[in-house]
Write a protein of this length. Structure first.
Length: 151
């Protein structure tokens, strides 16, 4: 698997985990913040939303070893004490807790592709809350060490 395909596999694995978290929490709205065509519309609603964003995937120090950074979190609207948000954030932290191994597949097609590598979560921390008028956002910033599988 070449580097471009591997980057797609990593991104689609994060996307799948975001959708899985939304499904687990029975949240009908989920937003990949990299989806500029649809993100703004989904975020303007009053529904609770699971959100995520791919930040970077860099060779560290060189291929097949990488450092990955991304964020996964929640947006809530009618949650004055942030209890719902913290429930969502706790679910995210459980999926991306330190020392967790996540197998990387390419989920961008109809079916999952072959195993492309592994990510190992090395840092997972809750970020400061952000506000957008009536809505609150809170993210879990995740850092993982990634190994691309030789093909």
């Amino acid at each position: 698997m070449n580097e471009e395909d591997f980057t797609l596999a990593v991104k689609s694995t994060i996307d799948k985990r975001g959708v899985d978290i939304a499904t687990q929490l029975n949240v009908s709205a989920f937003v990949d913040l990299d989806d500029t065509a649809n993100a703004a519309t989904k975020l303007q609603g009053t529904d609770n939303v699971i959100v995520w964003q791919f930040s970077s995937l860099d060779e560290d120090p060189f291929d097949p070893l990488y450092t990955l950074m991304f964020m996964v979190g929640a947006k809530t609207t009618t949650d004055p004490s942030n209890y719902t948000m913290m429930q969502f954030v706790s679910a995210v932290k459980a999926v991306f807790k330190n020392q967790t191994r996540i197998v990387i597949h390419d989920y961008s097609g109809e079916v999952a592709g072959l195993e492309a590598g592994d990510m190992f979560i090395v840092q997972s921390g809750v970020e400061q809350q952000e506000f957008d008028k009536e809505s609150g956002y809170r993210f879990v910033a995740v850092v993982a060490k990634v190994v691309r599988k030789a093909v």
